[in-house]
Write a protein that binds this ligand. Structure first.
Ligand code: ZN
Length: 330
């Protein structure tokens, strides 16, 4: 596993007194919505009218305009069919990371199937860019407590970090008891950093305002004030978006009203919100976070500034023990 060594501290890298913002894109198409009966099988994807190129180029151009560097989790299938998108992403200075090959929910495939999927996609992306892929994000943030081999497989495949933990309620995956702050899994040379998706509490409920349905549902002013609060407390803010979300007229998959709301509500607001986020927050990539400061996040004492954070660290340790206790060795 290669962790980039810090050579210098980037000027824009946050200090211990302030958190950091990472803007991420899950690069996939409109027909990759998960867990609905109408999602077409992979054999049909190539025959469907693709919109990912136009939408993703629009995001890349916006990032250029705002001088933002982002982490782009590519679906391996997209990389196979649109290799120039991967190369262009790297050429423009963004981080190319991996979203698996076939976009299957992790909690529906076997350990062997997962191993093949994450290994195949990683190699494909590395062949296209010529550089090591450090990060992984599971389709649909589908990690649950019932997948004890998840981190062991990612470490074995050579990933340095993961961003699949969704520490709030979710249709597939997600768990309110997952750690909310960056956590180290494993030890010594067999370790990996987890950067969970950021959640915050609204009226006592943990919700993610920084991606997905809630990013589109809630007013920007609320998203901004919650992001500022987290950063001030020294915590990270991880944003995520899909190219289809900035394309209000993309084709719709049939689904029940609840999922339709989650997938398609207020798409017209998403692009404008991304513009404002990039205007008002300095965002970075996970690769830069890992490379920029040797202290963070290896030094978990960083997170022990308040009793709540100490509690978080203690709890994440328990989760590690839980997962490792049930995991078999490869
Ligand atoms: Zn996805």
């Amino acid at each position: 596993m290669e962790i980039p060594q810090a050579t210098r501290k980037p000027a824009d890298y946050p200090t211990r007194k302030q958190g950091f913002s990472v803007f991420t894109v899950d690069v996939e198409d409109w027909f990759h919505i998960l867990d609905v009966a109408s999602t077409p099988p992979m054999e049909r994807w190539a025959s469907l009218p693709s919109r990912v190129e136009a939408n993703f180029y629009r995001l890349l151009d916006l990032f250029d305009e705002k001088r933002a560097r982002t982490t782009c989790f590519f679906l391996g299938w997209i990389a196979d069919h649109f290799p120039h998108l991967v190369k262009e992403t790297a050429r423009r200075g963004h981080e190319v990371a991996c979203h698996g090959y076939a976009h299957q929910l992790v909690n529906t495939i076997s350990r062997r199937g997962f191993r093949d999927d994450v290994g195949r996609a990683k190699k494909l992306l590395e062949d296209l860019t010529g550089s090591t892929v450090l990060g992984y994000r599971a389709p649909g943030f589908s990690l649950t407590r019932h997948i004890p081999w998840f981190f062991d497989e990612l470490i074995a495949a050579g990933y340095a970090y993961d961003s699949s933990v969704f520490p709030a309620a979710r249709g597939h995956g997600g768990d309110t008891t997952f750690p909310r702050l960056p956590t180290i899994w494993g030890r010594d040379s067999c370790r990996l950093i987890e950067f969970p998706v950021t959640v915050t509490e609204l009226a006592g409920w943990p919700v993610c305002l920084f991606g997905g349905g809630y990013l589109r549902l809630f007013p920007y002013a609320l998203i901004r004030s919650q992001a500022r609060k987290l950063l001030k407390a020294g915590q990270p803010v991880v944003y995520y978006i899909h190219p289809r979300e900035i394309d209000p007229v993309h084709p719709r998959l049939p689904m029940n009203p609840y999922r339709r709301f989650k997938s398609y509500y207020n798409l017209k607001s998403a692009y404008g919100k991304v513009v404002r986020i990039l205007d008002e927050f300095r965002v970075s990539t996970f690769r830069d976070v890992l490379a920029g400061d040797k202290v963070l996040p290896w030094d978990t004492t960083l997170w022990n500034q308040t009793s709540a954070q100490a509690e978080e660290a203690r709890f994440s340790f328990q989760i590690r023990g839980w997962i490792r206790g049930k995991g078999s060795h490869h």
